[in-house]
Design a binder for this molecule. Structure first.
Ligand code: CP
Ligand code: NVA
Length: 301
């Protein structure tokens, strides 16, 4: 079992993860932390920075009674040119699972190909499936269902958007993406979602996407690894901002989502981020609970 793409999970598996995540969330609030993963070790490998993914996976393993080793790419021999395949084989003989955050999606796929243990994608240029699990858990908590929920994405059709489209397709939600030409989500991910019956509308008009939305979601204009195009991207995306004008055209009970980190005044305004409709911090918290449920699925059952 591996989680490289959100499409690796079925609806039943996602529902089970959400259910377990909610259970673990309630237990934690009551101070209960069952040590389900005693004796298990998870390695985290980071080729890019991280706050939420790193800390939530570390705390998840610790609270579940397991061990965790966090490694930066450059402190491994990978940074000196050792191949991914040998690293995957060797680490498989030491630890029980590996999470990797890498620039290229191929890197994680290559690792999973040679590893004999579960491999988790902790974000690549193509996908961020762990984020989608927390997003789906959050949407379900507020909307009480998935079928027919309209998710509007405003901004760069990036890795987070790609996995969310996959998540929408698996759970029966509809996606409306507003982005400038050249910033569309991955074509293959969109095709796959459409083949599963998901309505994925892509336009350049923010209001068109946001109208009657149940969920309004945005992410940074410059993802990690794209800093070289900083000025161009900010200029191309400047009207794709999640602001109060856009919130007004969505449903009254719309929830505002963002995977974080946020760049206030760019893709989202301070007012919207801190409005009553915003669930951004709970969404970030849910990374911990959803990933605990994922780890139990991968390492215990
Ligand atoms: N959302 C998310 O993955 O955040 P980090 O980059 O801080 O891990
Ligand atoms: N799209 C962003 C998400 C960060 C969690 C990035 O890849 O940098």
């Amino acid at each position: 079992m591996r989680l490289i793409s959100i499409f690796d999970l079925s609806l039943a598996e996602i529902e089970a993860i959400i259910e377990k995540g909610e259970e673990l969330k309630s237990e934690r609030k009551e101070g209960v932390k069952a040590k389900y993963l005693e004796g298990k070790t998870l390695a985290l490998i980071f080729e890019k920075p991280s706050t939420r993914t790193r800390v939530s996976f570390e705390v998840a393993m610790q609270e579940l009674g397991g061990n965790v080793i966090s490694l930066n790419w450059n402190e491994l021999q990978l940074g000196r040119g050792e191949r991914i395949r040998e690293t995957a084989i060797v680490l498989s003989s030491y630890v029980d699972a590996v999470m990797i955050r890498a620039y290229r999606h191929d890197t994680v796929e290559e690792f999973a190909k040679y590893a004999s243990i579960p491999v988790i994608n902790g974000l690549t240029d193509l996908e961020h499936p762990c984020q989608t699990l927390a997003d789906l858990m959050t949407i379900r908590a507020y909307k009480k269902k998935f079928a027919g929920v309209k998710v509007a994405w405003v901004g760069d059709g990036n890795n987070v958007c790609n996995s969310l489209i996959g998540g929408a397709a698996i759970t029966g939600m509809n996606m409306s993406v507003a982005c400038p030409e050249g910033y569309e989500p991955d074509e293959e991910m969109v095709e796959k979602a459409k083949e599963m019956g998901c309505e994925v509308e892509i336009s350049e008009k923010t209001e068109e996407a946001a109208v009657d939305a149940d969920v309004l979601y945005t992410d940074v204009w410059v993802s990690m690894g794209e800093e070289g195009e900083n000025e161009k991207r900010k200029n191309d995306l400047k009207i794709y901002q999640l602001n109060e004008d856009l919130v007004r055209v969505a449903k009254e009970d719309v929830i505002i989502m963002h995977c974080m980190p946020v760049h206030i005044g760019e893709e989202i305004t301070e007012e919207v981020m801190n409005s009553d409709n915003s669930v951004i911090f709970e969404q970030a918290e849910n990374r911990l609970h959803a990933q605990k449920a994922l780890l139990l699925k991968l390492l215990r059952y």
